[in-house]
Ligand binder design. Structure first.
Ligand SMILES: [Fe+2]
Ligand SMILES: [Fe+2]
Length: 228
């Protein structure tokens, strides 16, 4: 099985106040996540994927409503954002098979979902460009975090357990696939989200987007049921 190639160094240099706010916000959350989880990457993945699955659905909802009001075409944004939300939810369904959240983490997820959903919805209404830039920066951090997770596995600090069944079906991985193979495709997904969201922010900011340079989306089985 060939591993998806990912450029892990892609970074959008903040340009203007909106980008700086998005970057500062992301770095603040990164500091909180690093403090809270340290190197517990399985737990980190579960909690952060519950957050990562929110923006796509918020963006899809708001663009859907906007297109209804203005009676205009969405240029494919709604489907792209809904696919992103489903993809992040499948990351969660995968990592829940690898690590189990503690009761405290479940309470954190509850509280964070309330706050983050409402805050992101409000941000998207005020500035869709900043909202997509925030997600682009979140995804840069996700690519970095999954790269560290790979290092933990390669250096034997995290066990390279067999890949969960749900992951094998979703990414069409071979029976022999392991956690390492899963982290590689998840990282490739995050790189794709990173480039798509920076692309949306650029488009809204009037900056030319080179779609040919975007990280491709790995193969996914759509509409997969969690239980076989
Ligand atoms: Fe994710
Ligand atoms: Fe993502």
């Amino acid at each position: 099985m060939s591993a998806p190639v990912v450029d892990i160094c892609v970074h959008h240099a903040p340009n203007g106040l909106s980008d700086r706010i998005a970057y500062g916000f992301t770095k603040t959350l990164r500091f909180c996540a690093d403090t809270f989880f340290a190197k517990r990457y399985g737990h980190r993945a579960i909690v952060l994927e519950t957050v990562a699955a929110v923006p796509g659905m918020v963006g899809a909802t708001i663009n859907h409503l906007k297109c209804l009001r203005r009676m205009c075409d969405d240029k494919g944004w709604i489907r792209t954002l809904m696919d992103e939300a489903e993809n992040e939810r499948m990351h969660l369904m995968t990592f829940i098979e690898v690590a189990k959240p503690t009761l405290f983490e479940r309470l954190v997820i509850l509280g964070v979902q309330w706050v983050f959903y409402l805050a992101f919805f409000a941000l998207y209404l005020v500035s869709a460009k900043t909202a997509h830039r925030v997600v682009g920066y979140f995804e840069e951090e996700a690519v970095f975090s999954y790269t560290l997770y790979l290092k933990e596995i390669d250096e034997g600090r995290s066990k390279n357990v067999p890949a969960p069944e749900v992951a094998k079906r979703y990414w069409n991985l071979p029976d022999s696939a392991t956690l390492r193979d899963v982290v590689l495709v998840v990282r490739a997904d995050e790189a794709h989200h990173r480039d798509v969201n920076h692309g949306f922010a650029n488009e809204l900011g009037g900056i030319a987007v080179d779609k040919a340079r975007m990280a491709p989306s790995p193969y996914h089985e759509s509409g997969i049921k969690i239980a076989a």
